[in-house]
Design a protein around this ligand. Sequence first.
Ligand code: G1P
Ligand code: ZN
Length: 542
Amino acid sequence: MLTERPTQPIAGQRPGTSGLRKKTAVFMAPGYLENFVQATFDAIGGAGGKSFVLGGDGRFFNDRAAQVILKMAAANGAARVIVGQGALLSTPAASHLIRLNRTDGGIILSASHNPGGPDEDFGIKFNTPNGGPAPEAVTEAIFQRTQAIERYRMLEAPDVDLDRIGVHELGGMEVSVVDPVADYAALMAGLFDFAAIRALFAGGFRMRFDAMHAVTGPYARAILEGRLGAAPGTVINALPLPDFGGHHPDPNPVWAAALMEEMFAPDGPDFGAASDGDGDRNMVVGRGIYVSPSDSLAVLAANAQLAPGYRGGLKGVARSMPTSAAADRVAAALGIESYETPTGWKFFGSLLDAGRATICGEESFGTGSDHLREKDGLWAVLMWLNIIAERKESVAEILGAHWRRFGRTYYSRHDYEALPVAEAEAVMTGLKGRLGSLPGTLVEGMRIVSADDFAYQDPVDGSVSRGQGLRIVFEGGARVVLRLSGTGTEGATIRLYLERHVEGPEGLDQPVQEALAGMSAAAEALAGIRAATGRAGPDVVT
Ligand code: G1P
Ligand code: ZN
C-alpha cells in the first residue's frame, strides 16, 4: 500500500559534496532519512520511471536505511533499483554501476572514514548519472527542498531480501540485487595486467591488505586472493562490521598503525595497503617505506603506461592544491597538462568528463582516474601491483628511482583538530590579512615569492571558486599551505601542509619531519597556530 505521509522541514539537512553526514541517531530519528530522500527525488525532477543504484559501506543502520530508500523509490514510481547484495557497495563500485547501467544516478550510504555504530556517524550521498558526487547546484536544490517539504511517499510492504541475488519486485518496481564485486572486478581486469600480477604473487610476493572491517574486504578478497592468487590471509579485517570493529576505518599511518608496524618489521611483507570505510581512499606502504599520497600520485602518473588501460598515455594529471607538486614535475616531463584544483573530488569530475585529465589525486589518501568518477582505493593498489610486476622492483626501489629522476618533494600535513571555531578563524583571518605584505620578505632565512588565498577557475565551465586555502610559496618552490577542514564534525580543524623540494642527488634520504623542520618553523612564524591556540603541536601528522 502506498501512503503519503505529512512531514515538515528538519533543520540541518544541507548536504556537502560528500553528502549529508550526521550522528547515526540523528538519521534514525523519525522522518529524518525519509525527508532527505524525498527531497532528493523531488530535486531531480521526481523518481518516476527512473533507475538508480543503491548501496553502502555496511555501517550500522546501512541495512535499515536501504529498505526505507527502496520503499520510497517504489512509492515515487521508480522503475528499477540496482542494489549490492546485503546493501553493500563500495563508493567506487557504485560509481561504476551507475555508469555501466546508465542509471539516473545512485544513492550511497556512507560516512567514509568516520567511525560507525549507534553512537557514531552515518551519511547519505546522491551521485549523478556521470557516476560522480552531485555538484553544488544539485546539493543546493536538495537542501532547498528539505526546507519546503510537506510530505513523503512510502510503500507499506515487507522488506526485500537483499541477501538473495536476483530480480525482486517491490510495488511494481524492479529491485536487482547484484554481486557487489563482479562488475567492479571486471572493470579492474580490463585496466590492469592480471596475468602479470598473478605471476608476481606466484613468485612468492607477499602482501598485506587491511580492509579495516569496512566495505573493501569482500572486494580485496575476491580480487587479490581470488583472481590474483595472493596467499589466503593476505586480506585482514576483511569482514565488514557495522562498527568497523570499533576503529576508525581511515587508512593512514595513525589509524592503520598495526599495518605500519608489520610493514616496518624486519621480515615484513613486500607490499602493504589499506582502504577506508567506503573504499575510495588508499594508503600504500612498502617494506620499511611509507609512500606519501602525493608521491603515490606522482609515481602512478610516471608509470601508468605500464598498465594496459593506460598504455595510450595520459591526457593530463590533476591534483588538489594542498597536494604536493610532485605530480606536476611528472606532467612537465611527460609533456602533458597538470591541473591544481581546490580540495574535493568534484573539481576533478569536470576535468575527467571533459577528457582533460586521466589521473588525479589528493594528499588525503585519494587517487583515481577516468575509469569512474570517484576516487578509488583498490584501483590505486592494483595500479601499484601492476607497476611492481612490470618493473620487477620493490616499492623502495621504485620510489628511489622516482626521486633520482624527478627530485624528491618532502611533504607532510599537520592537523590541529577540534579547535574553538573563533580561535581557528582568528588564525586564518590574521594570516589572510597579511598575505599582501609577504612577498619579498624573509622567514626563517627563506624568501617568500608569492602569497595568496587560492582561487580556481574551472577550465571547462569557467566557474570560479574562491577562498580555497592560504598558499605561501618560497624560493625553490617550498610551500606552506593553511586551510580549514570542511569535513570535521567537532569545532574547527586547521590543516597545515608543508612541502619542500630537493632536486638531488644529495639529500634524498632525510627523515621527512627533519627535512621539513624549517618549513614548520616558518609556518609557525607566519601563522602562529601554536601561539594562538596554546597547542604544543598538531594532533595528527601524516
Ligand atoms: C578531507 C580531505 C579532502 C577530501 C575530503 C573528502 O576534507 O582533506 O582532501 O576531499 O576530506 O574526502 P577536509 O576535511 O580537509 O575539508
Ligand atoms: Zn571514503
